[in-house]
Structure formats: structure tokens, C-alpha cells
Ligand binder design. Structure first.
Ligand code: ADP
Ligand code: ZN
Ligand code: MG
Length: 496
């Protein structure tokens, strides 16, 4: 077996991975796609419904213009061509959550085609092709665990607008699949058209995967994996499935094209059904809707309204602030986090210092408080100015990094100025040699054993002694100065 590095293509026993992802993204429009019902998530079952989204006979769909605008935004942001004329189609199948017996989607004439998305794995950028993006309506939701011996259907989700984003089979490892999903979610979040919540199902992924001999250009038999509700699950499911496929081939067996479900508890994929063919859906043009016409003027209007996108912002952060590719990537995945960073720099923080604070401490608070489930964080528990003030205090040598880290949680939910707390509580870093000398002498007196070890050449013990002095000074001593003083006090030349 070979173990590839995170950024390298996945290979095993002479086979390579071929992965193509299909993402369904729920759009954050107020109303549903073909009726005026609220598209909000949650709500008492069957309260956001009307004859249109319940599929009553004799009603007609009316297209929500905002949905088209959102789809154009997504298409332009992913380098697609926007078709001046596209068409809705009926996808026919029977399932209790689909009241009309068909889903309105797009088939032969999708709105967006031929785009690409830039992904970054281990700091190396790569492009993944996008086949198409089209508009469709979501289905209702079957609820199986509410009544014994039966299922219920909630139609609140029926008719919620979706984008289906179909990626080319350009992905070469589970890690790249994760990077692709993160990049795509990031773009949709920047556009403020989807909140990207995989657990709530507003961002769903089906993963198509096959293997082939390394270097071959022929596609192997693919398997479609469903039922993964986090990025981590997608990566784990793909890794598991890739190994299963290679083992099957090595055993001299053939792979079958099928749909498999990821079982997160047992950590394996299981066969669900063999893949139905496209003609099973009996697609045909939707007779109740006119072809969708999009004028060049509208496209240009939408283009002009696009924000700076994550890729461009990442490159700007590298160039303008001299950040590493890694830091720039972490900082720009969310627009609000990137804005936070830049607000800190504008408030006078040194860019690299601010980047350190945001990528470690601030993002930790964001995760702890589960703020990352919000589309845009507007009420930060700590302000960029406060973090910038901390960064400046450390950068200017007024307080130690240690003191700053202890201060940070105390700022949460307050509008305290860290500089004032430092002054009020006497937390300023002590760099004055005279003031520290006393503590150094005291520690040397209290730790004769470690002192002897250090003098006998055990360099590592110095760290321990520095730590003791830090402790004695309540973490306020300048560790650099302490180290110098200790060395001077313990050096053989001086004592010999
Ligand atoms: P289907 O007709 O089964 O929906 P498509 O050709 O429309 O198949 O492709 C659906 C998705 O599967 C796309 O994201 C595509 O990139 C991916 N895909 C297609 N063929 C393969 C393959 N051999 N291995 C991995 N992914 C594939
Ligand atoms: Zn409705
Ligand atoms: Mg398809």
C-alpha cells in the first residue's frame, strides 16, 4: 500500500482516484421558487404551503425572479457561461415527498455551463471544472420517526429553490474533494445566496467516484455515494470507497455502477440500489413555464454587483500583507472573518500579528460559540479593534503573549480597551533587568538541582528555569530578558 501526502493525488496499487461532486445548495430567497410561500428553514410542519407547492391540480408555477438572479450570481462567480435562453424540464418519478409526481428542474438547456472553481490543497492552487449549474425545486421531507408504523410528510421544504452544481470528474483525492466543497461553500457564502449548512441540509453533496490505472484517460465504473452530512464524512466515505473499489478489482471482480449510502456509525458505504438511467425520469420540457430569457444587460448588472471573491481576496492578502498561502486561505474562507482581519489591520495592528490572532484565538471563539453556523457574523463577541489593541500591545513589547492570551477571554462581550485593563491591573510586561534580577536570583536559590544540571551541560533545563521565573512574576516577565539574565548568572566564565 502507498500512503500519499495530503496534497498529492490519491493512488493505491497502481490505481488513481477519479471523483466528481454534485452539490445541491438551498437558496436564501425569502419566497419559494414557484409560489409566494416562505422558504425559511424550520417552522411547524406544513405551515409554509399553498396549492402550488402542495401540487394541487390546476395551479400554475410562477418563477421567482430573485432565484434567477442568485443563480446568475453563482454562475458568474464560478466562471460559467450564462445561457441567454434556458429551459425548465420535468423530472418524473414517484415518491411521497414529491406531491406533483415530478420535480421542476433543468435538463437539456441549463442556465450556467462550463465554469471552474479554484481549490487550494496544502497551499497549492488547482482548477476543478464545473459542468453546469441549474435551478430546481426542493422536495418535501418524509418523517419516519414520529408515529409508529407509519411515515408523515412535511411540505415546508417543497418548492424551496435549489441550485444543482455539477462538477467535472477532475478531483483526484478525498482531500481535494473536501477542498472543493469548502471552496464552493465559501463562494456561495460570499455571494450571500446560501448559508452552506451541511447538517441542516442547505448544502448537500453526492459524491461520484471511480478508480482507473494511473495515467489512463478512460473513466472507470462509477459509484455514487449519498448520505454524508459533513465535509469530514465526504472525505472518509471517499477514502473508504476508493479502497473497496481497488480491492474488488485486485480480487479479479468487476465493479457495478450503483448508488451506495455512507453509514457514518459503521464507517462504510453500503449498496442501496443500482443506478437508474436518465431515461427512467422521462424528462421533458416543462409546459407550464416559458423558456427562461436572460438579457445581457441583466447579466452585466449582476456581474457589477459581485463582491471580491475568496480566491481574489486570498491572493490579495498574500501580496498586500505578506501572509503565507495557508494563513491567507484560512482568513478568506469566510467573508466576515476576512473583513474582521482587515478591520484589525486598519485599526493599527501589524498584519502578521493580526493574522495570528484571528486564525488561532478568534476562530476558536467562533467555533466554540458556534457562530460559524451563521451566514454572516454581525455581532462579534470581540471587536477587531480590541484584538488589534492586543496585537499592538504584544508587538510593542508592553505585554507578553501569555498575558495577552489570558486577557482575550475577558474582553468577550465587553467593550473594554485592553490597554486600559493592562494599566489598571499592572499587567505590563517587565523587561527591566534590575526588577527581574531579584526573581532570577530567587529561582537559582530555590532550584539547586536544576542549576547543577544546567551547569553540567543540560541545556534543556534552562526552559524550566525560565518557566519558574515567569511563574514567580505572574507571567509578566519578558521571557527573552529572563533567559539572558539566567544565562549570565549561570555561565561558568562568570563563576569560574
Ligand atoms: P449521471 O448520468 O449518472 O448523473 P453524469 O455524467 O451526469 O452521470 O455525472 C454526474 C457526476 O458524476 C458529475 O459530477 C461527474 O463529474 C461525475 N462522474 C461522471 N463519471 C464519473 C466517473 N467515471 N468517475 C467519477 N465521477 C464521475
Ligand atoms: Zn407554496
Ligand atoms: Mg447527472
Amino acid at each position: 500500500m502507498t500512503q500519499a501526502a495530503a496534497g498529492a493525488p490519491w493512488t493505491l496499487e497502481g490505481y488513481e482516484a477519479v471523483i466528481g461532486l454534485e452539490v445541491h445548495a438551498e437558496l436564501l430567497t425569502r419566497a419559494k421558487v414557484f409560489c409566494g410561500c416562505s422558504a425559511a428553514f424550520g417552522g411547524e410542519p406544513n405551515t409554509n404551503v399553498c396549492p402550488v407547492c402542495l401540487g394541487m391540480p390546476g395551479v400554475l408555477p410562477v418563477l421567482n425572479r430573485r432565484v434567477v438572479e442568485f443563480a446568475i450570481r453563482a454562475g458568474l462567480a464560478t466562471n460559467c457561461t450564462i445561457a441567454p435562453r434556458s429551459r425548465f424540464a420535468r423530472k418524473n418519478y414517484f415518491y411521497p415527498d414529491l406531491p406533483k409526481g415530478y420535480q421542476i428542474s433543468m435538463y437539456e438547456a441549463p442556465l450556467c455551463t462550463g465554469g471552474w472553481l479554484e481549490i487550494v490543497v496544502d497551499g497549492v492552487p488547482r482548477r476543478v471544472g464545473l459542468t453546469r449549474i441549474h435551478i430546481e425545486e426542493d422536495t418535501g421531507k418524509n418523517i419516519h420517526d414520529l408515529v409508529a408504523g407509519g411515515s408523515l410528510v412535511d411540505f415546508n421544504r417543497s418548492g424551496v429553490p435549489l441550485l444543482e452544481i455539477v462538477g467535472e470528474p477532475d478531483i483526484r483525492s478525498p482531500a481535494e474533494a473536501g477542498a472543493y466543497l469548502r471552496a464552493l461553500r465559501s463562494v456561495l457564502q460570499y455571494l450571500e445566496i446560501c448559508d452552506g449548512n451541511m447538517e441542516e441540509g442547505s448544502f448537500r453533496c453526492d459524491a461520484n467516484v471511480s478508480v482507473r490505472p494511473v495515467g489512463s484517460s478512460i473513466l472507470g465504473t462509477k459509484v455514487e455515494i449519498k448520505n454524508m452530512n459533513s465535509f469530514r464524512h465526504v472525505e472518509r466515505a471517499l477514502a473508504w470507497e476508493l479502497r473497496r473499489q481497488v480491492r474488488t478489482l485486485l480480487a479479479g471482480e468487476r465493479l457495478v455502477q450503483e448508488t451506495r449510502l455512507w453509514d457514518a456509525e459503521r464507517e462504510e458505504t453500503r449498496a442501496m440500489r443500482s443506478k437508474e438511467h436518465a431515461h427512467d425520469y422521462r424528462y421533458f420540457p416543462e409546459p407550464d413555464l416559458l423558456p427562461l430569457e436572460v438579457s445581457p444587460a441583466w447579466i452585466e448588472e449582476v456581474r457589477a454587483s459581485l463582491p471580491e471573491l475568496p480566491g481574489a481576496r486570498r491572493r490579495r492578502f498574500e501580496g498586500e500583507y505578506g501572509l503565507s498561502a495557508y494563513d491567507a486561505d484560512v482568513l478568506t474562507q469566510r467573508k466576515d472573518v476576512a473583513d474582521f482581519f482587515e478591520a484589525g489591520v486598519a485599526a493599527g495592528a501589524q498584519a502578521k500579528e493580526m493574522a495570528n490572532w484571528v486564525t488561532t484565538e478568534v476562530l476558536r471563539i467562533v467555533r466554540e460559540q458556534r457562530l460559524d453556523t451563521q451566514l454572516v457574523i454581525r455581532d462579534w463577541p470581540i471587536t477587531p479593534a480590541q484584538v488589534a489593541a492586543l496585537a499592538r500591545l504584544v508587538d510593542g513589547g508592553q505585554i507578553t503573549r501569555n498575558t495577552a492570551k489570558q486577557l482575550l477571554p475577558r474582553l468577550i462581550g465587553t467593550d473594554d480597551d485592553p490597554a486600559r485593563i493592562v494599566e489598571r491591573e499592572g499587567l505590563a510586561q517587565v523587561s527591566d533587568r534590575g526588577a527581574l534580577q531579584q526573581a532570577v536570583r530567587e529561582v537559582i536559590r530555590q532550584c539547586p538541582e536544576q542549576v547543577a544540571q544546567f551547569r553540567a551541560g543540560k541545556e534543556r533545563v534552562l526552559g524550566f528555569l525560565v518557566g519558574q521565573v515567569m511563574k514567580a512574576t505572574g507571567g509578566k516577565a519578558n521571557p527573552q530578558v529572563v533567559q539572558e539574565l539566567l544565562r549570565a548568572a549561570l555561565s561558568p566564565e562568570r563563576n569560574g
